[in-house]
Design a protein around this ligand. Sequence first.
Ligand SMILES: *[C@@H]1O[C@H](CO)[C@@H](O)[C@H](O)[C@H]1NC(C)=O
Ligand SMILES: *[C@@H]1O[C@H](CO)[C@@H](O)[C@H](O)[C@H]1NC(C)=O
Ligand SMILES: *[C@@H]1O[C@H](CO)[C@@H](O)[C@H](O)[C@H]1NC(C)=O
Ligand SMILES: *[C@@H]1O[C@H](CO)[C@@H](O)[C@H](O)[C@H]1NC(C)=O
Length: 413
Amino acid sequence: MSSRIFTLLLFSICSAFSSRVLVTFAHDFDSHINSIKPFFLKLVERGHNVTVLDTSSNPKPRYFGPDVHVLPIYLPPKGPKPAHDSFWIVDTASHHLPPLFAATDRVLGDIIEEHKEKLDTVLNTTWDLIIMDEVFGLHQNAISYKLKKEKNVPYIVFSTTITWMSNYINNAMGRFSSSRIGMFVPLPKDSNNFWNPSNFMHRISQFIADFREYFGICYMLSFNGDLDNLKRIASDDFTFSKFTKQSAFHLNEQIDRLPFAVPEAADFKSIGAHCRTPNALSRKYLNFMNDLSSKGTIYVGFGSTIDITFAPEFLWKAFEDTFRNLSDYRIIFAYGGERKMDVGKNVMITKWAPQLEILYHNATMLFISHAGLKRPAKTSRDRSVISIFQKYGTGRSSAHRPNDQTLLACSTV
Ligand SMILES: *[C@@H]1O[C@H](CO)[C@@H](O)[C@H](O)[C@H]1NC(C)=O
Ligand SMILES: *[C@@H]1O[C@H](CO)[C@@H](O)[C@H](O)[C@H]1NC(C)=O
Ligand SMILES: *[C@@H]1O[C@H](CO)[C@@H](O)[C@H](O)[C@H]1NC(C)=O
Ligand SMILES: *[C@@H]1O[C@H](CO)[C@@H](O)[C@H](O)[C@H]1NC(C)=O
């Protein structure tokens, strides 16, 4: 899409009239919608009518404030939930992605069978714009594709993590597997084991990982019948490549041009993570952090997706021992689990912590977190020193970057 049409689109959305906006996101997953939230709240603030389609295994619909409409579709979980410790032991690789997509096609099948009226409501409403999450919910692709085809409704794809290689390829973005860190690099062997484009094995393994992702998503899914429900709604001619080309815009939270230079495209914008202004820290934290005997604060938080209660025992012990040993430092550990930690008074354990405010405080020296896909974007805007704690699962590439590269992103945001 040319930038002139986009400007026109933005102008009409932002100033001329109140538009009806549909927001969709990954099925049954909190993380992504929280990234999109500042964007749609801004639209609401400007007088637009925003409806969030919330497909979830939680019977309680999400709430985004009094001015945001939520259309809940409750889908009780089928089959066992993933094990609690799966994030600590499953070594995710690019060939695990197509089955995740296939699973959300089955979710769409359930929506079609069990919630036909709600789906019809969405499909029959006259929307002015759709904002959708990039991954993990093929219902979004189906709805956007159909409404674009039949009613010419524009859709914006919001990428809330590292952009997927298959999306880069479908966008013809010129990101080469052999010259950049992908999403699924092998686990680093030690702290000097950074991804290095001059290492032939690094390049070839990256190429294989990206190829498996692209081939799996863009060819095998359709071949295996794993897009059948999507095609029931969208149309038989659906392909990810067409879908990508027809999108009005791609917004990307990751600053993907660091540390390597990359080509640009007019309808692909790296917007960076949303950065709010920190509030004042409450007395409880100030007293703890400003203690004169402290050499500095270490903040430890794994976010909402990773629960360290289920980490292997040696890791839990390592944290306990290290916390005890660092008695000259104040440690704030955001942990909502049940397990009691055997540590001294230098450690404050709290179910929830004002993360941004703690990271902004001058006494904070280190942030220990997990290497999720969104972490570099989040942390870098928080300005603090960061240490990426390696875990299995997604987010390898953050651990493969030297910290100074992440910090470089920080000063640029
Ligand atoms: C806003 O959208 C909701 C849901 O689509 C609808 O029920 C409501 O009537 C709309 N409000 C206005 C003022 O258009
Ligand atoms: C939505 O539209 C379809 C056909 O386009 C129609 O069959 C259906 O009755 C409509 N549903 C509602 C709730 O208006
Ligand atoms: C903690 O300190 C003790 C004694 O100084 C040392 O033996 C132990 O290795 C330290 N543990 C860690 C995790 O640093
Ligand atoms: C941190 O230090 C800077 C420079 O020394 C100072 O301007 C700022 O007020 C301090 N901020 C806090 C929260 O203490």
